[in-house]
Design a protein around this ligand. Structure first.
Ligand SMILES: [Zn+2]
Ligand SMILES: [Zn+2]
Length: 917
């Protein structure tokens, strides 16, 4: 009785309080602290949390808290952005024609708070999800503008909401100290200054091309980079939206003709050089790198840190390439090579690719080559994008294999080596005297340095099945208790009602979440994710929303079963497990399209893990039949498929301590999960469980595991941020001013830096070669640990700063107590990386700044990223001059503007920005 009275009083007080807050919210904080304090005591006594109350004022927030957990400022931010957009674009929750894009995520922090909770709020409020292919999470970093975009693809109207980071940071500060979250949240919900810009545009491509003023207006109000993200992205996806292209957009920030090229190149690689076993890996020789690389990295599962050679070439070298097939001056059509390298046989098969950009310009009837102004050129790029996405089959034909070749280990090493020009080694570079006339002449071209010979591509099976574990559930204990799990024990078969949701009410939640209440649209792919949850959670005996549950998977826009992407599994996982992006307990690791799909369910308390490989043959059969057979009958059948038929399941404990004490268990784990997944689930999972730091999740998603190397990268980012406060907003490299990473060694740390600072190769933010042992020997001893050059550059003032970084790996190994001489590979690394994650201060002191330098002309900057150059010599760190040919002279490197240069979009950006000045 007493409690009930209190509750009533509290109810009245809150109502009075709420309405009063509306009028004088500022005064609440200053003048009425005592009143508020009394109120808190009262509410706590009544057993009511105050933060709950914001839901009373904004009932739609209930969806957000049901989905994303206890509400925070970040949830409210995502909700507000979505809500404003829903009003302005008049759409309802779950509208499949609405595209949501955001730069929120693990690596985007404001005031030290990461922003992934905004994504949960966007999902819960808009109904845009990965499974519906209309949730696009743009790879970004803390230094970049932070925005939300919604586009109604029926009307092609879009909203753009840019967050005022200072205002947001202030709220976040107060959130961590306030005793009255309710008042803070109310204030936040009504504060117009949270977004520094809220605008609405019509971004219909035809409309913009007919009315360039609309385009110009957008360029100059929100800036060309963001305008490109929105217009190029939404107009392309409105025409053609294969999941692989979405992933290109997510990583590259926009869709340009070259992002599309990366998609078509990847298709060629997957067809010509399918991976045959887990010993096969793709290596990209990106000389020169351009936007296509950002798509290819994603689709081919390439780690830039380990499997990429990326160097620019001088403009005059680009000019020499014949068109066709390279497609018009500026080297824009040099697709680079992809090698399928087998680490067992030490042999690689490679293809060299071309893109006929001139033909794309011609076929799209774009005025790109003669555009009178940069603004107009931007529209002419849009025209090419529209043509390519309206005619993907025609556009695909413009991408070709120019040459096939083989490499052995020595040759591969040469391709990697700093100062070598892969185009020369691969016999692609046209001769000085006579420019090659076209694809007909290349086979008998200049002096061959490699054994370039035509390959006969074996008719290999796709994907890599031979190394995967056979379907034997060795240490898996299947429960036969039907109350714990529906699968492997299938639910009792009900009488048919004609409605799958009626037959199996357990599917209702999934259909509400992902396909807006129509169980007829639940797909086999949804069901694969759903069944994975049933098996995984059943075996772990964890229920939905259990705080100990974490899910790891490679499912998503890329990894595929029978050529079909697996993002619908993600919707099912979110709904069935309650694990989400915003709760930091759903980790989507980036592997290539060829990778076999898996799910791992982890109890973070016991570190018990249920690992499920999808049995491709079973899944393929149902995916095939889904195309032709009656949905209802097929779904009824599929619900009854036992979990142990659909999956090969293992239950194992991955606790680091336990493994260190019982190292003999490792072989079993590696045997069942495969080497790289064992690294994910042992190295990675132990770190993110013990240290739930969003940046670790960002690294793990990008790099698929956490290792000593990627942790070194994490600590190096700290040093980069303190030494080199950004000049250009960490945008795309030298063209605009921004950041650039030059990797001197294939080392995991550079993937971590890229994951956190968004220096992607496609945006000219990432260059990589490998110093040879001889080149390292010529360095002074203190510089021999150098792995990374990092530069921030401002193109306008022609000024930049850089540092050469290394990490004292030896010291870390020593301090960790790991015995690298005698312990197995995985064990010493496990010891070292767990020590590194546990000792941030110590590790930060192991980051070494080998050199600090300033640059005052773009020629120097571009030299450091260029082929034929050893950057350590250029920076005066190595003893003797090593630079050989070509780019040594500034004249070549300062070529200001070439209409057909590699990234149309970046060039446009550069031109517009210079104009603005
Ligand atoms: Zn681009
Ligand atoms: Zn690694």
């Amino acid at each position: 009785m007493f409690n009930r009275n209190l509750y009533l009083i509290h109810g009245n007080l809150v109502c009075w309080f709420a309405s009063w807050t509306l009028k004088t919210k500022k005064e609440v904080n200053t003048m009425n602290k005592h009143v508020i304090f009394a109120l808190i005591i009262l509410l706590c006594t009544a057993g009511m949390g105050m933060a709950e109350e914001i839901v009373d004022d904004y009932p739609e927030l209930k969806d957000v808290s049901d989905f994303g957990g206890d509400l925070t400022i970040m949830h409210l931010l995502g909700y507000r952005a979505t809500n404003i957009s829903m009003e302005q674009l008049s759409f309802e929750k779950g509208d499949p024609n609405v595209l949501a894009m955001t730069r929120a995520g693990y690596a985007t922090a404001v005031g030290g708070h990461s922003t992934e909770q905004c994504i949960d709020a966007v999902i819960a409020t808009s109904g845009c999800t990965m499974g519906n292919k209309n949730l696009i999470i743009i790879h970004s970093c803390s230094e970049k503008p932070f925005w939300f975009v919604f586009c109604n693809q029926n009307t092609m109207e879009a909203t753009y909401l840019r967050v005022n980071k200072n205002v947001l940071a202030d709220y976040l500060d107060r959130e961590s100290t306030t005793t009255d979250k309710y008042a803070l949240y109310r204030e936040f919900m009504e504060d117009d200054t949270v977004f520094e810009m809220v605008s609405k545009y019509n971004i219909n491509a035809e409309e913009l091309m007919a009315n360039p003023d609309l385009w110009n207006d957008m360029l100059y109000t929100i800036g060309p980079a963001d305008a490109m993200s929105i217009i190029y992205g939404a107009d392309a996806l409105a025409r053609w939206s294969p999941p692989g292209l979405i992933t290109g957009l997510q990583f590259h920030d926009h869709i340009c003709p070259a992002t599309l090229s990366g998609y078509f190149f990847s298709e060629i690689v997957l067809k010509e050089l399918p991976l045959r076993s887990s010993a096969d890996k793709y290596i990209s020789i990106s000389t020169p790198p351009w936007c296509k690389d950002d798509t290819m990295i994603q689709l081919l599962g390439i780690s830039p840190a380990m499997r990429m050679v990326s160097e620019d070439i001088p403009e005059e070298m680009k000019e020499k390439f014949p068109s066709p097939p390279f497609g018009g001056g500026g080297g824009s059509g040099i697709g680079g090579a992809v090698i399928r390298w087998n680490s067992t046989t030490k042999h690689g098969d490679g293809i060299f690719l071309t893109f006929d950009k001139l033909k794309a310009i011609k076929l799209s009837d774009s005025g790109y080559l003669t555009s009178p102004t940069p603004e107009q050129r931007g529209l002419d790029v849009l025209k090419i994008i529209c043509w390519m996405t309206e005619n993907p089959q025609e556009a695909a034909k413009l991408h070709q294999v120019y040459k096939r070749f083989e490499v052995n280990e020595k040759e591969l090493n040469e391709l990697y080596t700093t100062g070598n020009n892969p185009l020369e080694l691969l016999n692609i570079l046209p001769k000085e005297s006579g420019v090659a006339e076209g694809s007909g002449t290349h086979e008998s071209g200049p002096v061959s340095k490699l054994n370039a010979s035509a390959l006969s591509i074996p008719d290999a099976k796709f994907p890599d099945v031979d190394v995967m574990p056979v379907a034997s559930a060795c240490d898996l204990q299947l429960s036969s208790d039907p109350n714990l799990q529906y699968f492997p024990v299938p639910p009792p078969e009900p009488d048919p009602t004609g409605d799958i949701g009626g037959d199996y009410p357990m599917l209702k939640s999934l259909s509400n979440f992902s396909v807006r209440g129509s169980p007829d649209n639940i797909s086999i792919m949804h069901m694969i994710g759903f069944k994975a949850c049933k098996v995984g959670m059943g075996l772990l005996r964890l229920k939905k929303n259990d705080p100990n549950l974490m899910v790891f998977t490679n499912a998503g826009y890329v990894a595929s079963i029978d050529g079909e992407s697996t993002e619908q599994c993600i919707d099912a996982i979110m709904d069935e497990s309650g694990c989400t992006i915003g709760k930091d307990n759903l980790l989507m690791l980036r592997t290539g399209m060829h990778s076999r799909v898996w799910f791992a369910f982890l109890n973070r308390d016991s570190m018990d893990c249920v690992f499920l490989w999808v049995n491709d043959d079973v899944a393929k059969d149902y995916l095939d039949r889904e195309r032709t057979e009656d949905h209802y009958t097929l779904m009824r059948e599929f619900v009854q498929v036992r979990g142990d038929v659909l999956f090969t399941a293992y239950k194992l404990n991955v606790d680091a301590e336990r493994l260190i004490n019982e190292p003999s268990r490792w072989d079993m784990i590696e045997h069942h999960l495969g080497k790289t997944n064992a690294w994910s689930m042992v190295w990675g999972a132990n770190v993110v469980v013990k240290h739930p730091i969003p940046e670790f999740i960002a690294i793990m998603q990008e790099h698929t595991h956490i290792c000593a190397g990627s942790l070194a990268g994490y600590y190096m980012v700290d040093r980069i941020r303190s030494e080199l406060p950004t000049i250009g907003g960490r945008e795309c490299a030298v063209y605009k001013g921004g950041d650039m990473l030059v990797s001197l060694l294939p080392d995991c740390r550079n993937d971590a830096i890229m994951a956190l600072l968004d220096t992607t190769p496609g945006r000219k933010g990432y260059f990589a070669t490998k110093l040879s042992n001889e080149q390292i020997a010529k360095l002074p001893p203190e510089a021999r640990s150098a792995s990374t050059i990092y530069i921030t550059w401002d193109e306008f003032s022609q000024h930049g700063k850089g540092i050469v970084l290394g990490f004292d790996t030896e010291k870390a190994r020593e301090l960790s107590g790991a015995d690298y001489k005698n312990e197995p590979f995985w064990l010493c690394r496990l010891k070292c990386l767990t020590w590194m994650a546990d000792h941030p201060d110590k590790c930060k002191s192991l980051v070494k700044v080998i050199k600090r330098f300033e640059v005052n002309d773009s020629a120097t900057v571009r030299k450091l990223e260029s082929v034929d150059v050893n950057p350590m010599v250029e920076l005066g760190i190595a003893g003797e001059s090593f630079a050989t040919t070509g780019t040594g002279d500034g004249a070549a490197a300062t070529t200001p503007f070439i209409p057909a240069a590699a990234c149309m979009a970046i060039v446009l950006l550069a031109a517009l920005l210079s104009r603005r000045r």
